[in-house]
Design a protein around this ligand. Sequence first.
Ligand SMILES: Cc1cc2nc3c(=O)[nH]c(=O)nc-3n(C[C@H](O)[C@H](O)[C@H](O)COP(=O)(O)OP(=O)(O)OC[C@H]3O[C@@H](n4cnc5c(N)ncnc54)[C@H](O)[C@@H]3O)c2cc1C
Length: 488
Amino acid sequence: MASIPESRIHGFNQKEWNPEGDFVLYWMVAARRSRWNFALDRAIEQAQRLQKPLVIFEALRCGYDWASDRHHRFVMDGMVDQAKAFAQTPATYVAYVEREHGEGRGLLEALSQRSCGVITDLFPAFFLPRMLRAVAPRLAVPLEAIDSNGLLPLRAADRVFTTAYSFRRFLHKTLSPFLLEWPSSSPWEGVTLPRLQSFPAEIRKKWPVFVGAEFVGDAVDISRLPIDHRVSAVKETQGGEQAAQQQMQGFLKFRLRRYAEERNEPEEEVASGFSPYLHFGHLSTHEVFSKIVEREGWEPHRLGKPTGQRGGWWGMSEVAEAFLDELVTWREIGFNMAFLDEHYEEYASLPGWAQETLEQHRSDPRSWEYTLKQFEQAQTHDPLWNAAQVQLVQEGKIHNYLRMLWGKKILEWSKSPEDALAVMIELNNKYALDGRDPNSYSGIFWVLGRYDRAWGPERPIFGKVRYMSSENTARKVQVKDYIARYTP
Ligand SMILES: Cc1cc2nc3c(=O)[nH]c(=O)nc-3n(C[C@H](O)[C@H](O)[C@H](O)COP(=O)(O)OP(=O)(O)OC[C@H]3O[C@@H](n4cnc5c(N)ncnc54)[C@H](O)[C@@H]3O)c2cc1C
């Protein structure tokens, strides 16, 4: 197994590896998968170097914002898959679902005290960066966070990009060497490691952890956890690596060829549906990319000259390029922002031109003005908007094209742009399975002008921010059946 690239390793403290520890600990917080994972590769590498067992610890707290049956179920589906997958390896998988607020406090420290060092995942959004910064000084051993987020290591860019064009141009100039550095698709090949003889009994006594293959579907009763039970699990969208694999096979086989032309049609399910799996780390961008490479029979020498244009650089078919522009350019520009700008969630992070024009139109009369509750309950005058909101509440997603319209109308029907931002963040992160991601903020802030330019003619409320209307949308794409399907 090859060493993982330095560009992926972020040291969070200056502690020394403890060769006397009982095991190497991989604290899995974002790349929740058993393959295609630089952090897992790094953890295996360290365990081999020290000839120690590897313990993989995946925990789910209950006190994070918007914790609900929906997100918990999705993550726990993944934990069931992990328990099965790691049972086939020399590693010891340990799953933990917190049953009451604060119950898990001290568990990571207790595990780390017995370890040689801790490897974890780097994820640039939500509470995770804060959590790692808080934990690092408390540990007596090293904490290394590994970046498995995208094709471009987060560290490879030292500035934030304001347009997709400028980021794409940067990618065209910078990405090619990183396309040769992949996490392992079969990380255990040729690896021998000592196994953990027994899991520390005093830890088991204090915290109800599940060791090895113990974590099964009904191991934890979600209905008893102190989380929001009104946001129910989405039965049709199962979480986990296996479901992610099925989603990927279906997309590559049946939908990718229609992607470039039909992705915007709300009545067609042509898009990949990968975003929740990418968000929770059940699926890796590298794996998806490798499948596209295989399908296209692609080789790096086909890369073109840097242009910043959407198509043509990869030297692949039109559909593959259209898809990669979303998966790589649009997905990773959001990770870049969240990683480098700690204010990425704040209104003040909008480009100056957008703040200025929204300010000039702050007092414009609104024909309709709704509260968070009215939005949440899909009680607007607009059937198409209501349908999108119903889809979000029921299925944890909104069709991509309508998601843009959904946001634009919240801006138009809110008292102020700041209120609109708060409503979008609340509804998106509460209901969307892919919420609380760097891309949640890319999408929401795009509605208000991020990554966009000024547009004319200047309009009420929006000023120069790009405008969208339900009428135009209905003219451009088929929505009749969509509205009928999601009538509140
Ligand atoms: C108001 C608003 C809110 C949004 N909230 C989220 C969110 O919470 N989480 C989220 O992942 N995306 C969000 N997006 C971006 C986009 O809508 C989704 O990524 C996409 O619809 C997911 O569906 P898919 O996986 O089928 O996408 P596909 O079209 O199949 O694209 C493949 C992947 O590319 C990435 N991608 C595609 N479109 C975009 C985009 N516009 N911006 C950034 N990355 C993109 C995603 O990772 C996606 O899974 C939001 C967009 C808007 C306008």
